[in-house]
Design a binder for this molecule. Sequence first.
Ligand code: UDP
Ligand code: MG
Length: 314
Amino acid sequence: MRELLSVIVPCYNEGAVIERTAKAIVDTCTGRAFDFEIIFVNDGSKDDTLAFLKKLAGRSEKIKYISFSRNFGKEAAMLSGLEHCKGSCAVIMDADLQHPPELIVQMYEKYQEGYDQVIAKRNRKGDSRLSIVFAKLYYKLANKLVNVEMVDGAGDFRLLSRRTIHALLELKENNRFSKGLFSWVGFNQIYIEYENQERAGGNSKWSFKSLLSYGVDGILSFNNQPLRICIYLGGIFMGISILYLLYLLIEILLHGIDAPGYFTTILLITTLGGIQLFSIGVIGEYIGRIYFEVKKRPVYLIQETNIKEESESE
Ligand code: UDP
Ligand code: MG
């Protein structure tokens, strides 16, 4: 029997392109060395995405869908896909044809060679110069702070072997930052490059604000380096203050009390105040994360699906 490859596609308001995407994936995967299933995860779309998915699922039993009760985000959609896929490997890809389906074949070949993660890495052709500069800076900073490696252009578009999927599902954190998780689990990885593509239709779901928050997540989800920076900063400034106090003491002993010092007082108050606020903010972020993790809420809720539940003892 041929090996099963699962294609996982998170969709949020992708009614404009979803049929084209499905067709492209089916065309690519038909008549190959592997068998395939496509799992569309409808992440609470407000348009006709679900209707399209049902129609597609009616036409082919290879097409599955999972529909969430509301929008839970792409991370949740990917997790759900990984939890429900049955393939011995899975490819995660976007619904907007920015991830060329043809690459699935190439990925599968690499998988056959024994790789556990075949990572598609896009170049940044066509991106605005500003976003290229931002991305460069961010990856520099993030890789300094975080102890897993993140590569610019390497996103969620990748093939994962069954043991990689298994490892990912073992990571139970609620606040998921896949880019980091993929890198954290490790296994044999290989990169293949592809040309950056325009969206085939519909709109990108990213705003500056959501990108910023995703960026902060990336840094905070992976270690407590920022807390350590607070400690260093605090230490440095405490050292400086002590030296300054000693200097003042000597001055007073030698020359007697001499007045103002207004500038230095203000300076100290503001810098220390600043550092304290910053540190409290960082600590607060971590506590916030702990708060969400301890609640142990499910990452997503399924409203309907055509995937049949298997018995627990698998
Ligand atoms: N997506 C999702 N839930 C969301 C936002 C996006 O499932 O809340 C999906 C979206 O349908 C697409 C993929 O994630 O398949 C990438 O989104 P988008 O194309 O907007 O991101 P970009 O390509 O601009 O980075
Ligand atoms: Mg896109």
